[in-house]
Design a protein around this ligand. Structure first.
Ligand code: ARG
Length: 465
């Protein structure tokens, strides 16, 4: 079934026809292609461009084609070869209703048709992905709620820096996914206009009702400029960009899971269900799921790059290069659809080991800032206080002590305070990791009170979604 034979004397050679064909991947657009066709046909009848009996035939034919295609497992099982999904649907419609099928394409081009199909596809799948993001944030917030007081080391440069809580850490990731939600939602909003009626590039002389088709397909409005409508793939690049961010964020937390699962960190235990072994080393328990998600971020970034490179320098309006927008899109959607639910479940298979986390938070002089703050509160300029706390850390390191284990008589030599100025219990208290966390009680800080408020506001956000 070919849609453009008239001008040609000769057939397209087999290898060129194969090369041209997108059916092997755009086959999955058939429900959207058929939906667009139904609405287009109805509008043609409303505008008296085709007759009522034609549209009835076309609609029941399309229903038949759709149920036939629902039965097809893969594109290899399609009834015949075609250049693309549009040619296939029209060809199958012709099998069903004969030459009336040819009226469906009045005032339409495959260029506005494909622009419509990918919008319908992405809107549909995008809505599901938004829900997956909400589920992920929900899962993380649930875990965080149980760990408001679970002390762990916070890092900068992957060096132990200051004590935080596991809840604070997990919420940091949650906010990243919440932003991804907003980005994806914006992307879906940005494609909220119907390209139908833009024709090949210069619209059509038929009196179409573009408002009606837009509304019937649940778009806010028709697109404004026909050249723009058939060449616009910005929303696909925006989607790929949102996907890159989602995967970047998943990759970052996956990396932490890999680290935390090492014998060196030993912050978590992954359940047997969600871990894998080695075929040679019997002792191994590997975090493959986290590694695979980290790895898949590369392919999604690759898809973004591929599309950006395809789009750059394209002249207006439609060019066949645009056919290359789909495989990467489908791959990214499939990756996200697989990864997001798996990652949410995977989080549920992780046991956090609070004692070990706290032990490490107490080990690496993470309370050195507390010492500097203690001195600054006593009126010593912070720069001097920082210097003095640094001296205390060096002394403690040399003598294999914790800061709180330094004798008061020694402290006097290290700090710009005399022994009488130091209240030992007060100092000890302020050096405790629990205090380090609890005292950071301003908005955005790790104090359990602040984290509880954040959890509440995230829960309210989740409820509304
Ligand atoms: N398969 C094409 C694509 O994916 C559909 C549009 C074809 N249009 C054309 N004028 N050849 O972009």
């Amino acid at each position: 079934m070919k849609l453009w034979g008239g001008r040609f004397e000769d057939e397209t050679g087999g290898e060129f026809a194969d090369f041209n064909s997108s059916l092997s991947f755009d086959f999955k657009l058939y429900p959207y292609d058929i939906e667009g066709s139904r609405v287009h046909a109805k509008m043609l009848a409303r505008q008296d461009i085709i007759s009522e009996s034609d549209v009835e035939k076309i609609i029941s034919g399309l229903d038949e084609v759709e149920s036939r295609l629902d039965e097809v497992e893969g594109w290899q099982d399609l009834p015949f070869a075609a250049e693309d999904i549009h040619s296939l649907v029209e060809g199958m419609l012709k099998e069903e209703i004969g030459s009336t099928a040819g009226k469906l394409h009045t005032a339409r081009s495959r260029n506005d048709q494909i622009a419509l199909d990918i919008k319908l596809y992405l809107r549909d799948r995008g809505e599901d992905l938004l829900q997956e993001l909400v589920s992920l944030v929900k899962k993380m917030v649930e875990i965080a709620a149980d760990h408001k007081k679970t002390i762990m080391p916070g890092y900068t440069h992957l060096q132990p820096a200051q004590p935080i809580t596991l809840a604070h850490h997990l919420l940091a990731h949650s906010y990243k996914f919440k932003r991804d939600y907003n980005l994806l939602e914006d992307c879906i909003k940005h494609m909220d206009s119907s390209p139908l009626g833009s024709g090949a590039l210069a619209a059509t002389s038929f009196p179409l009702d573009r408002e009606w088709t837009a509304e019937a397909l649940e778009f806010s409005c028709p697109t404004n400029n026909s050249l723009d409508a058939v060449s616009n793939r910005d929303f696909l690049l925006e989607f790929q960009n949102a996907a890159v961010l989602i995967m970047t964020h998943l990759s970052s937390i996956s990396e932490e899971i890999v680290l935390w699962n090492t014998a060196e960190f030993n912050f978590i235990e992954i359940s047997d269900r969600a871990a894998t072994g080695s075929s040679i080393m019997p002792q191994k328990k590997n975090p493959d799921i986290a590694e695979l998600i980290r790895g898949k971020s590369g392919r999604v970034l690759g898809n973004y790059n591929q599309l950006a490179h395809t789009l750059k320098s394209l002249p207006l309006a439609y060019n066949k290069d645009l056919q290359e927008d789909k495989e990467g899109l489908f791959d990214t959607v499939a990756t996200l659809e697989q990864v997001l639910p798996v990652f949410s479940k995977f989080l549920g298979e992780i046991e956090f080991l609070p004692e070990r986390m706290k032990e490490m938070a107490e080990k690496g002089y993470l309370n050195a800032t507390e010492l500097a703050d203690y001195l600054a509160e006593k009126g010593i300029p912070f720069r001097e206080a920082h210097e003095a706390a640094g001296r205390a850390v060096r002394y403690a390191l040399e003598n294999e002590l914790k800061l709180e284990e330094i004798e008061l008589s020694q402290l006097e030599n290290l700090l710009p305070l005399s022994q009488e100025d130091i209240d030992e219990t007060e100092l000890e208290k302020s050096l405790e990791v629990e205090n380090a966390v609890a005292s950071r009680n301003i908005k955005g800080g790790p104090a359990p009170e602040q984290v509880a408020a954040e959890i509440k506001s995230l829960q309210q956000w989740i409820e509304k979604k």
